[in-house]
Design a protein around this ligand. Structure first.
Ligand SMILES: Nc1ncnc2c1ncn2[C@@H]1O[C@H](COP(=O)(O)OP(=O)(O)OP(=O)(O)O)[C@@H](O)[C@H]1O
Length: 978
């Protein structure tokens, strides 16, 4: 059944082209276009209408339909918009002048305005003293004196922003936000001032002052305050205070009273680490400081051996060494906390002198101070962050060894215990060091711990980018505004294990080198040079054999070398691609754990432009290994039990959570083991996707897995239809078009997040459901890349009946942790080697022909827990992202010609009411209002058609609604029940 469904959807584009147009002439609302994907189901039915449906219920006359869309089309005319926008902008200036003038001339103009009915307009105009004449006097009198007193000034920002938004098409200006704030301010302040005025009218108060100030509250505020004070007396003040607190709580989404955090905690780390001042609208990355900085130190160790026959060994150490603390930068930033409308500002030590701040809750803050150019305030719960450019570069350079010149060391240095690096010079071999590629220094900031909300490809928020954005002609749709206050996880959530420490001693290096040279010597293989590179788990010895030595000979000695080194996990890479040397990887006696924090806090990850970056860990040369899942485009992961698969999956999920906004990414998590991924339940409303009407977002049941996979196939087909409709080749192009508002949401277009399907144990699914899961997985793997659906499939049994040929063929990127046999290694990687790994996150990544050894980063369960809590506790969507409903799941009934009124969908009546109330026969309306999947909504509309409630399918137009009002509908529903 499920399969039929998505097959049917597949045929959509073809069938649409051939579809007969129904004879019916008009649609009720031209603009209300049914989504294109609604079409395929329809074509035969238009011709062969069943007789059984209760058509008798159809009303005799059709309602006149109004082409509202056509009438209002002038609203889309840019010229009209500009006209309207400038009208509002100028009106705001006009009102400002009129209001200010009223403060001085209001009393004089009062009689003029009130006698307007009895005085000729011209005369009245001449008598008025307001700077903007009679109209100015009248408007001010109406809004201030009769209306809301001085609080009426709050009208001005609403008018101004309305005009500004229309003229400049600023998506970041929310008129409803300004409107709500202004409206509340106006009402609240006028009542408060009304209460003040009433208090001043007390018998013992100054009557002249009372008379002069009676305009303060305006008529509305005065009357309301009078009414309140007669009811609750001075309780009015308490009520007003309560209303203010409630407003601040709801409007600014205050969930904690973390005022201390706003100022104290955030200012403190700024001393230790340079911060980058950014603004919310600028989508800044917000990082927490890291105690360590990752530096790569390269010291050249080179010496001439006295013995001419001795070999050279080159030691190449790219291990991170202890961080040099970054100097405190004279940065400014900062944070303020709002309490009861007042703003407190904290600044780092060298901030500009005493900025003066004036702001009211939610209003833009103005900052004036030496060197301060601008200040932006962005509401973030009760906290506001301010940006103040300074003369200092925004990103302060951190101390790094990158600028160090490699220092040649002599043998004497090597013998010295104080030499900083472990050396590998058995028999006092001269060493040379290649200049290492140090990790680029990373910059960290700590504000509220947000990473870049825009995330996307642009993690780094750099001033130039903001300028570019400003220069753009229109400002675009921003999907992250769904959850504008979403804060990205901070690095503080992750354990800090301090700077990595060198684990390999020079004795170990020397001993290994000697044994390698000796073993090869036994087989008559002489070596021209040898070089060692120390990684976190293994050390790579690169050897250049003498001319004439056959590579295959060295490769065949793998076991012998392992035996002579008495070490497990030797891997020989002969030759190292692109290098012309032969690599021998020897596990370090003491492994070094690569903490997740150390790989996230790198420039490479922070400033990556990848769509779905995954920071896996460190390579053998200590470089952070970051890959783009969007390019992979799917990932197959294998490894025997206990070798680090689950940790690896958590690293992937955490990487994506750190870099993506909930509007840009959704996970479908399949966890047959039931316990591995359950921790991610907390982020259901932010990042998870699920089938409609299902309880749990994390799928543990095989039956549901099949439905979910089929549903993803349907989503894929739908996305392809939309892409085709939009003339785009991939998701990125499509989303770009959508963001630029070149696609009409009424035609079903929407911003499409990436979907990452994670299956934690494929073996279990293959055993229980076999082909039922294999086919959709293969189909998704073949086709889903372009439309942003990516698969990560893990298994502990990489045997051929789990990783079948069809699955393998569609997963070019594969990861293997340690497996138990060479055969397993060949099954997953098409090469041996995975059986030689040392476990605990030691892994091989194969991308096409390249195989790279990486030490997977380690993320502990409490860290994942904290991360999920951090995300999950924030405001999310009302529900998980809904995948298309798979036909036949529940709800009952079908939509075909054999529709039986007794077998209709349980939501039939609700759907009918929605359609009749809105007088719009569209599937997407049912989907939206009743939160149903597309299939079910499609079935419902079929049933409604057969019940005579909506007309037949009309191509791109919405169906005609045949029932004029709710009363007629209820009668019809009653008849159907009998
Ligand atoms: N990258 C890593 N660095 C250090 N230790 C690791 C790493 N990955 C895993 N380990 C260690 O190995 C243990 C087992 O890892 P994990 O639970 O990921 O294995 P698994 O392959 O998922 O096993 P299973 O298939 O039985 O669930 C961890 O508890 C941890 O101690």
């Amino acid at each position: 059944m499920a399969k039929n469904t998505y097959k049917q959807t597949n045929t959509a584009p073809a069938s649409r082209a051939n579809e007969p147009r129904p004879a019916r002439a008009s649609a009720p609302v031209a603009d209300d276009v049914a989504p294109a994907r609604e079409q395929p189901r329809r074509e035969p039915r238009n011709k062969e209408k069943p007789k059984a449906a209760p058509r008798a219920a159809r009303p005799p006359m059709r309602l006149p339909s109004v082409k509202l869309g056509g009438m209002l089309s002038f609203l889309r005319d840019r010229r009209f918009q500009l006209f309207l926008g400038f009208f509002f902008l100028l009106s705001s200036i006009y009102l400002t002048i009129a209001f200010v003038s009223f403060l001085f001339t209001g009393h004089a103009d009062q009689s003029v305005v009130e006698n307007l009915a009895n005085t000729p307009v011209k005369e009245a105009g001449q008598e008025s003293s307001n700077l903007l004449g009679l109209v100015g006097a009248w408007a001010a009198q109406l809004l201030i004196y009769k209306g809301f007193g001085v609080a009426a000034f709050a009208v001005i920002p609403v008018v101004f922003f309305l005009g500004y938004k229309i003229v400049f098409r600023r998506a970041d200006v929310s008129v409803s936000y300004v409107l709500a704030l202004s409206l509340f301010t106006m009402l609240w302040l006028s009542v408060l001032l009304g209460y003040v005025v009433i208090s001043m009218q007390a018998p013992d108060a100054d009557p002249i002052l009372a008379h002069r100030l009676d305009f303060l509250s305006g008529g509305v505020g005065y009357e309301a305050a009078l009414w309140l004070s007669s009811l609750i007396g001075w309780g009015t003040v308490l009520l007003l205070a309560f209303l203010l607190i409630s407003f601040v709580v709801f409007f600014f989404n205050v969930t904690t009273l973390g005022l201390g955090r706003g100022v104290g905690e955030e200012a403190a780390p700024a001393v230790a680490t340079p911060e980058v001042a950014v603004n919310r609208a600028g989508n800044a990355p917000r990082f927490s400081p890291v105690a360590e900085e990752e530096l790569v130190e390269d010291d050249a160790l080179e010496s001439e051996d006295e013995d001419d026959d001795a070999l050279n060994i080159t030691l190449h150490d790219r291990r991170p060494v202890a961080a040099t603390p970054a100097p405190a930068e004279p940065e400014v930033v900062r944070t303020g906390a709002v309490a009861g409308g007042a703003v407190a500002l904290s600044v780092a030590p060298a901030a500009v002198a005493a900025p003066a701040i004036a702001a009211s809750a939610g209003a833009a803050a103005t900052v004036a101070g030496a060197g301060a150019v601008a200040a932006k305030a962005a509401a973030s719960g009760p906290s506001f962050s301010f940006e103040m450019p300074t003369a200092e570069p925004e990103v302060a350079p951190t101390a790094t060894s990158a600028s160090r010149v490699p220092t040649p060391l002599s043998l004497a240095d090597l013998a010295d215990e104080n030499t900083p690096l472990p050396t590998a010079t058995a028999s006092a071999l001269p060493l040379t060091v290649e200049p290492a590629k140090p990790e680029a220094p990373f910059e960290i900031e700590d504000k509220t711990g947000e990473l870049d909300p825009s995330a996307g490809a642009d993690m780094a928020v750099i001033a130039e980018e903001d300028e570019d954005a400003e220069a753009m002609p229109a400002v675009n749709y921003d999907p992250t505004l769904d959850l504008p206050r979403y804060q990205y996880p901070t690095l503080e959530l992750l354990n800090d294990y301090g700077a990595p420490k060198a684990q390999v001693t020079k004795e170990e290096l020397e001993a290994n080198k000697d044994r390698i040279v000796e073993t090869l010597g036994h087989y008559g293989i002489n070596i021209a040079s040898i070089k060692a590179t120390i990684g976190p788990t293994v050390t790579l010895y690169e050897i250049v054999p003498d001319a004439g030595v056959r590579i295959s000979k060295i490769k065949s000695l793998e076991d012998d070398i392992a035996l002579s080194l008495a070490a497990l996990g030797i891997r020989i890479i002969a030759p190292i691609p692109g290098k012309g040397t032969i690599g021998i990887e020897v596990p370090n006696t003491k492994k070094e754990m690569v903490s997740i924090r150390s790989v996230f806090a790198t420039d490479k990850f922070i400033n990556t432009e990848m769509d779905l970056p995954i920071s896996f860990g460190r390579t053998i040369t200590n470089e952070v290994f970051v890959v783009d899942l969007a390019k992979m485009p799917h990932l197959l992961m294998a490894g025997a039990t206990g070798q680090g698969k689950s940790v690896g999956l958590n690293v992937i999920l955490a990487s994506l959570l750190y870099k993506r906004h909930p509007s840009e990414l959704k996970f479908v998590l399949v966890d047959p083991k039931k316990v591995e991924l359950s921790i991610f339940n907390k982020i259901e409303r932010h990042f998870l996707a699920k089938l409609p009407d299902t309880e749990e977002a994390i799928i543990t049941d095989t039956k549901k897995v099949v439905n979910t996979l089929n549903s993803l196939c349907m989503e894929m087909d739908r996305r392809y239809d939309l892409l085709k409709d939009a003339g785009c080749r991939n998701l990125k192009e499509y989303n770009r078009k959508f963001v630029e508002r070149r696609l009409n949401p009424k035609k079903g277009h929407r911003y499409m997040p990436f979907i990452v399907l994670v299956i934690d144990e494929l073996a279990d699914l293959m055993m229980t459901a076999g082909k039922e899961v294999e086919t959709p997985i293969a189909r998704l793997a073949q086709l889903a890349r372009a439309i942003g659906i990516h698969l990560i499939v893990a298994t502990q049994r990489p045997s051929v009946n789990v990783i079948t040929g069809i699955i393998k063929a569609n997963f070019p990127c594969r990861i293997s942790f340690k497996v138990t046999s060479k055969i397993d290694s060949r099954t997953i990687l098409d090469a041996g080697g995975a059986d030689q790994l040392v476990g605990q996150g030691d892994m091989l990544i194969s991308q096409g022909s390249d195989i790279i050894r990486v030490q997977c980063a380690f993320i502990d369960t409490p860290e994942v827990d904290r991360l999920c809590d951090f995300v999950g506790e924030q405001q999310g969507y009302p529900d998980a992202y809904q995948l298309p409903e798979v036909a036949g799941e529940d709800g009952g009934g079908n939509g075909g010609e054999d529709f039986d009124p007794a077998d209709r969908d349980s939501m039939f009546e609700e759907a009918a009411r929605v359609i009749v109330t809105h007088q719009q026969g569209s599937t997407s309306l049912i989907q939206r209002k009743l939160k149903l999947g597309y299939n079910r909504a499609g079935r419902l509309i079929d049933q409604l058609e057969h019940a005579g409630i909506v007309g037949p399918f009309e191509g791109s137009k919405a169906r005609e609604v045949l029932i004029p009002d709710e009363y007629s509908l209820e009668q019809l529903l009653n008849t159907m029940q009998k």
